[in-house]
Design a protein around this ligand. Sequence first.
Ligand SMILES: NC(=O)c1ccc[n+]([C@@H]2O[C@H](COP(=O)([O-])OP(=O)(O)OC[C@H]3O[C@@H](n4cnc5c(N)ncnc54)[C@H](O)[C@@H]3O)[C@@H](O)[C@H]2O)c1
Length: 321
Amino acid sequence: MKILVTGGAGYIGSFMVKRLIENGDEPIVLDSLEVGHREVVPQEVKLYEGNLLDKEFVKKIFSENKFDAVIHFAAYALAGESMEKPEKYFENNIQGGLNLLDAMKGKTSHFVFSSTCSIYGTPKKIPVSEDESKKPESVYGQSKLMFEKVLFWYDKIYNIKHINLRYFNAAGAALDGSMGENHEAETHIIPNAIIAILENKPFTLFGKDYPTPDGTCIRDYIHVLDLAEAHLQALSYLKDKNTSDSFNLGAGKGYSNLGVLEMVKKVSEKDLQIAYKDRRFGDPPQIFADNTKAKNILGFNPINSDLKTIIESAWKWHSKI
Ligand SMILES: NC(=O)c1ccc[n+]([C@@H]2O[C@H](COP(=O)([O-])OP(=O)(O)OC[C@H]3O[C@@H](n4cnc5c(N)ncnc54)[C@H](O)[C@@H]3O)[C@@H](O)[C@H]2O)c1
């Protein structure tokens, strides 16, 4: 299949492009390279370098290609920053997506969307199922929820069928360490803990007084390879059933921040200094996925998502770059 991958030069998108090639598909990348990197897009893959906010640019891509489906990763994804610059997030994550949907009308009718567990805010029930109430606590989460609503209407009105994949925390690298997460503004705990060790700096941990067994937040980590596989499954589902749906993609298990840091120390065989700071606004004490629906319907199987494999692969990658 010929697939447009927006954000295909970013972290998760680059793994998706690789997996599509392995699967015999033809990925084409649209990326502004604002956050992503040209060198992660394989030579043989066509890269349209430009911005989703440029309507004419997006239309031109659809006039030059006939896509079977679109996988939409391109977005701003820093929850903290979204609370300082809400307009930046609403514009990019909603208007950018709208330009894409408008260019798709009457041409491509299958769409896979990178949504997030942030749409749930602080969940009432753990593990979190897709039916949980949606009360985002950041502009980032709100922008993703708003775009899910846009997709609902574009299905009803223009018959564009979509799958919302609500990722928990994407993590890990290629198992041989050849590809991985490379964000200039890194906010995720695993890469930051590894970088702290490699640069011999303290790691900043926000909050140690949460109502959890060790006082630190509990999160669900999903290996980027398992995420990429789930997108292939979502594409097959759209092809077979031609119906829209939403799925949680998490390992279904929670690890405390201190548990993650312990595993980073174990894998690296190095010590890590921790600098504690106060809680951050909008960090729920505990969230992990009920992934039953994705398992039963898509055949989702997070085989690489145990914490040790995630951290071993990330350690290999960060020790190399
Ligand atoms: N990383 C996670 O843990 C996580 C969790 C939940 C959801 N998500 C979602 O998954 C998607 C991918 O996440 P990631 O971690 O790979 O992010 P990333 O920042 O590494 O990749 C996003 C890519 O999109 C590009 N981009 C952004 N806005 C663009 C625009 N207007 N036009 C063209 N290109 C644009 C960036 O240059 C970048 O290459 C995002 O939509 C994010 O919200 C990520």
